[in-house]
Design a protein around this ligand. Sequence first.
Ligand code: G16
Length: 541
Amino acid sequence: MDLEAVTKHSAFHAKPSGLTLQYGTAGFRTTAAHLDHIMFRMGLLAVLRSKHTRSTIGVMVTASHNPEEDNGVKLIDPLGEMLAPSWEEHATCLANAEEQDILRVLTDISEKESVDLQQDAFIVLGRDTRPSSEKLSQSVIDGVTVLGGQFHDYSLLTTPQLHYMVYCRNTGGQYGKATIEGYCQKLSKAFMELIKQASCSGDENRSVKVDCANGIGALKLKEMQRYFSQGLSLQLFNDGTRGKLNHLCGADFVKTHQKLPQGMEIKSNERCCSFDGDADRIVYFYCDAGGHLHLIDGDKIATLVSSFLKELLLEVGESLNIGVVQTAYANGSSTRYLEEVMKVPVYCTKTGVKHLHHKAQEFDIGVYFEANGHGTALFSKAVEVKIKQLAELEDEKGKAAKMLANIINLFNQAAGDAISDMLVIEAILVLKGLTVQQWDALYTDLPNRQLKVKVADRRVISTTDAERQAVTPPGLQEAINDLVKKYKLARAFVRPSGTEDVVRVYAEADSQENADSLAYEVSLAVYQLAGGIGERPQSSF
Ligand code: G16
């Protein structure tokens, strides 16, 4: 390590005094103006991680669903997964070190993790379309190069595309080619093969309107559209040419506010979907003849995917171990439907795809989706091999196995991916001959409401039982329990966000009015017991 060079360059990326940040749900996130030092330091850390794992590591500059003024960064581990938890701690430590302590922290990490400093390091970078992203990714590159790391800058990419690139590079190309072309070809080939296999005509309307949140998803869909245009026609809205990123549009807005995105012309019963700012989440929706919005969120995506996979497995004659992973945000109706009607085991983890992904790896086939539309399906290596063998058969079994093999190729198994998930959903709808309305009718969501409460320090809230119970501050869980008792079919929980400086509140009940009241009352309890700041929670939405 050229310690002198690190010190010199670090001074160009000074940490604002008094600023403390934590590696949260999906890396560091805050206002872009406060992130220069974080980017430089994550460049340094990525080099150490790459030397330690002897693999390519990814660094993605994005704040995903957050407002345009924010930005963020996360590191991607060798198999396209989120950074290992022990290294998240190193990241937080390095991010918050005072200037004079940087070298000591770097040395500590290297010693603790037995990093061979002579080892080569290779980093790949991607960034979203935020105005601040290009400059911030230059700061990452400064950190990478000062520690002698080599790099490749993919520049504009969706987050899941960078996860895919990392996975491809570290598996010797077995998973796919680590280029945009490789990504487009792999997904579109699988999609077109699946469409060809459809025996019934299904929903003839193979066109979807896509709200791109004014983000990177629009650019990448435009780039990719020609590869599958014969199978699916897309109409893109909020493509970034006019509106602001994530503002009144995008998956997070539609899901949280339960409102149609602005900037989209929608006729009744048209199939629509929304991506988020970095295209790692997707939700579907349509408006009925009465103008009522029907939201089809991550829970219903998990249901559609797992029921399709279960059916295929039956046809293939394989009884594999399939599991669905959700979080506390999963609608109670979805969990009931999966367990009682579909007879699929369901598991609940903490929020954050890293937790869901990890749990899903325990199954032959693990389907994980957060209600917000972030998710994918994972297939064990043994399953992939077996299905590929069966796909060689020229009988009905072989036909089902071919379908399954294509579905395996169509999923981005490195990370939840709005583009890949959209193609999977579209293929399943065609293959099953389902309309979006029939899909929606699988079960009825319990009315629910999500709110945010500002508090002085959201860390005063700690939780247990996959975030379904608050441990601190004292009295909060008891207050929630008392409020929940007032309503039918009710449930509520609170948790500190890992991507925004707020406490999140979730409530569901037998009617929208009751879900709204419960969410409001729980918000007031948070405000009173956890040190609320600013305006008190409002009861109107
Ligand atoms: C990120 C994570 C998701 C998580 C979301 C909200 O999404 O990847 O797993 O559900 O943040 O997290 P929190 O409630 O802790 O703020 P994204 O799409 O913003 O990267």
